[in-house]
Design a protein around this ligand. Structure first.
Ligand SMILES: O=C(O)C1=C[C@@H](OP(=O)(O)O)[C@@H](O)[C@H](O)C1
Ligand SMILES: C=C(OP(=O)(O)O)C(=O)O
Length: 672
């Protein structure tokens, strides 16, 4: 997951390859609750691991369910309908699929067995309506107290006492704000069906109907067959009891699939984007996003558990579509609309206004940031195709779908643009798809030369490694420690018995090295050389091999290959001058030899290695001399480099200065 303040996507031009989707949020949280209420143990396969499921899991544990992880399988031992904890305070983040169903289940359990439970969430959850569900529960006879604004969480369900519930008469619930209220009752009321069938009557037009089908489908898997009369009346048979299916598989998330279906439709030009984990057999209504994408021109084929998408019509075709059946995936259409031949109008989406954010307002605002013309109404949005793209700093409103949808704007070179897109707070995708950006990046190709590079050069012990690593961390960029390549080449040559003054021999070894970097660890030909690489003696060997032009040439291509989406911070001695002369920011880091010797001295002493400051200073001077005067790529600042003398600066100050220069060079007007 990218836990950075923002993530800059360079302009992208194509996509191909395979993505395996994480589990469906809607299925995961329903299955968890059903397994938690059932008797016995359920093995849940391929459960989604994200913020929304974590809050559900934490709640189940607080309630006394046993959870046991066994690789990719989670074993849930349920309560069998009997409360173990009589009181709990449950924090449910921003997960509608946890807040609404748990409210209903705990209201019913607390009322019939005695108990009191408080349910709260993030501030936005406290602005998301739940009043229609509370009204239904109160009509049933469950005590529910508003702990904040009436009609919104936080809530307390139950008052400790046992209450008789009115299950003999139909329970009315409004379904025009969220289908999750009906889902919540359907999941909870089997708990009180012992004395007779329980009937739920929907008042008003039910929205998001396919989510009710997911609920009914999963109830059936847990042994409960609900009779449905249209979308108005649902009957839970007398004596319904949750029976664990023993084992259950969670299919990939169809709403998450929408971003990759769109990706194929926009950028799958020479090869398809293949999606695995969810397919045409999905039980999730959002799979019908496929039809919407096809209407816009996508070529989609698929089968059980897979889809393949490539571009068909280009530009895409503007459409008008009632999106009530696919409220989440429909957001993706709003961004596809930028690539269309005419306006796209998405209607019947009033529920967008009460989700993670007011999604109609947020989508309109952010599409306008990109330069688009957008019209919005209480329950629709209309987006015009975009030709004059602007580099935009996209706000995401703590809404995972805003981040995922808007990332698709980075393909603007396919529609006349060539601008990067900045996505604020990319970690908001953790709600349903923590590794979304990693998955996206594994499929895409940038506009040639568009991957941004920050070059950090400087003499030995100037702190460039620390600075570069920090910058890469803050920006979510890859890191190239080019010194490590030279060090590894020296170690490889020595291991192969090649003399370090044999330039051609070392170059041959260097070109054939099988190197693997992972965080701070480095493997050479399968051997972990991380510690050896950092030894002073290895540094001295590296300095010897790096003087050979043939070695530098051999490592040149290896270094270029590190410039991958979303960007690169490269540290070394000739990053800005030779390897990445087009780097967008070049920093030449210096500090006096005295300062550097002192830092190195402290570093060694702190590691328990004895050192002599005078000889360290002499070594550093000798090395500077050698590096600056070598004929191949001598150490010197690039003409367009910014000089940073960090003799008197702490690391954070150096990082902030570099980030400041970086911001100046980026085309994003909006600051935060
Ligand atoms: O039941 C569900 O799993 C969901 C129902 C939908 O909400 P609404 O019924 O509020 O539209 C959907 O937007 C949400 O992401 C998941
Ligand atoms: C509306 C959404 O979430 P929730 O389950 O919290 O309602 C969503 O995931 O788009």
């Amino acid at each position: 997951m990218f836990d950075t303040a923002f993530l800059d996507l360079p302009p992208l031009v194509s996509a191909r390859g395979t993505v395996r989707l994480p589990g469906s949020k809607s299925i995961s949280n329903r299955v968890l609750l059903l397994a938690g209420l059932a008797e016995g143990s359920t093995a849940v396969h391929d459960l989604l691991d994200s913020d929304d499921t974590r809050v559900m899991l934490a709640a189940l544990e607080q309630l006394g369910c046993t959870l046991q992880r066994d690789g990719a399988v989670l074993h849930v031992t349920g309560l069998g309908g009997h409360l173990q904890a009589r009181q709990a305070q449950l924090f449910l983040g921003n997960a509608g699929t946890a807040m609404r169903p748990l409210t209903a289940a705990l209201a019913v359990l607390a009322a019939t067995q005695g108990g009191a439970f408080e349910l709260s969430g993030v501030p936005r959850m406290h602005e998301r309506p739940i009043g229609d569900l509370v009204d239904a529960l109160r009509a049933l006879g469950c005590p529910v107290a508003d702990l904040g604004q009436p009609g919104y969480p936080p809530l307390r369900v139950g008052d400790g006492a046992v209450h008789a519930l009115h299950t003999a008469r139909p329970i009315p619930v409004r379904g025009d704000v969220s289908s999750q209220f009906l889902t919540a009752l359907l999941l909870a009321l089997p708990l009180v069906s012992a004395d007779g069938p329980v009937v739920i009557e929907v008042v008003g037009e039910l929205i998001s109907k396919p989510y009710i089908e997911i609920t009914l489908n999963l109830l059936a898997r847990f042994g409960i067959t609900v009779q449905r009369e249209g979308w108005q009346r649902f009957t839970i048979p007398q004596g319904s009891a949750y029976r664990s299916p023993g084992s259950i598989h969670v299919e990939g998330d169809a709403s998450s699939a929408s971003y990759f279906i769109a990706l194929g439709a926009i950028a799958g030009t020479d090869a398809p984007v293949r999606i695995e984990g969810v397919g045409l057999d999905a039980i999730q209504g959002d799979i019908r996003f496929v039809e919407a994408a096809q209407a816009m021109g996508a070529q989609v084929s698929g089968g059980p558990g897979w889809l393949e998408v490539r571009r068909g019509a280009w530009p895409l075709k503007g459409i008008t579509l009632d999106c009530n059946h696919i409220p989440d995936a429909a957001m993706t259409l709003a961004v596809m609309a930028l690539y269309a031949d005419g306006p796209t109008r998405l209607t019947n989406i009033a529920s967008w206004r009460v989700k993670e954010t007011d999604r109609i307002a947020a989508m309109a605002t952010e599409l306008r940031q990109l330069g688009a013309t957008v019209t919005e109404g209480p329950d629709f949005i209309e987006v015009q195709p975009l030709h004059a793209w602007r580099a935009a700093h996209i706000h995401t409103y703590d809404d995972h779908r805003m981040a995922m949808c808007l990332s698709l704007a980075a393909f603007n070179p396919l529609a006349g643009g060539s601008v990067p897109v900045r996505i604020a707070d990319p970690k908001c995708v953790a709600k349903t798809f923590p590794d979304y950006f990693e998955a996206l990046f594994s499929l895409v190709e940038p506009l040639p030369g568009a991957v941004p590079v920050i070059a950090v050069d400087g003499p030995t012990a100037s702190g460039k490694g620390t600075l570069a690593a920090e910058l890469a961390e803050r920006l979510g960029y890859h890191l190239l420690d080019s010194g490590a390549l030279y060090r590894a080449a020296a170690l490889a040559a020595r291991a192969a018995g090649v003399a370090l003054d044999d330039g051609a021999g070392v170059a041959q070894v260097a070109a054939a090295m099988a190197l693997r970097f992972q965080g701070q660890q480095v493997w050479l030909d399968g051997r972990d050389i991380s510690d050896e690489l950092r030894l002073e003696t290895t540094g001295a060997l590296a300095s010897q091999v790096s003087v050979h032009p043939a070695v530098r040439q051999a490592l040149h291509d290896v270094q270029l290959s590190f410039a991958r989406v979303p960007g690169l911070v490269a540290d070394g001695r000739d990053m800005g001058t030779v390897v990445f002369p087009g780097a967008a920011l070049k920093v030449f880091l210096t500090a006096s030899a005295d300062q550097r010797a002192e830092r190195r001295y402290k570093q060694l002493i702190s590691k328990g290695i004895s050192a002599n400051i005078d000889s360290l200073r002499a070594d550093i001077r000798a090395r500077d001399e050698r590096d600056m005067n070598r004929s191949a790529a001598p150490l010197k600042p690039a003409e367009d480099a910014v000089l940073l003398d960090n003799s008197q600066l702490g690391i954070e100050e150096s990082v902030q200065r570099c980030l400041g220069w970086w911001h100046e060079r980026r085309p994003f007007g909006r600051l935060a």
